[in-house]
Design a protein around this ligand. Sequence first.
Ligand code: AMP
Ligand code: ZN
Length: 143
Amino acid sequence: MKNCIFCKIVAGEIPSVKIYEDELVLAFLDIAPINYGHILVIPKEHHTSSATIPENISGRMMTIGARLGVAAKRSLDLEGFNLHLADGACAGQVVPHAHLHVIPRGVEDGFHWGWRQKKYENDAQRDGIAEKIKAKFKLAPTE
Ligand code: AMP
Ligand code: ZN
């Protein structure tokens, strides 16, 4: 897609430090890492949302992300990794070409996600939310 920074990286019009590439996905170093070795895995074809990516490609993103997480952890002498994907600006998505973050993590890296954890008001409210989500669920690529 024109004017998409990650499509330009795929096309080689913008430089990147490539870590892995195949016919479906590209993985390269994030320019502003949470920890050193922070990688982005992207579909080569343009998708703004993770939900429109065909299953073979999103499956490959997940597989490569996890394998790269292990490679980063082992090579950088760390203990774990996070896989993170932001879908939508309100969720923190800045670049509108879907991407999976692979973030190497160490016991003492000083980074915290800052989860906020709510409680459901009651069982009926909880179950109503579950039913609403199930009613809208589609297995096919969807917006
Ligand atoms: P998100 O907030 O999930 O959309 O993440 C976008 C990520 O893309 C950020 O972590 C940026 O540091 C990263 N990023 C933006 N431009 C580039 C670039 N040219 N090369 C590598 N990473 C980039
Ligand atoms: Zn794109």
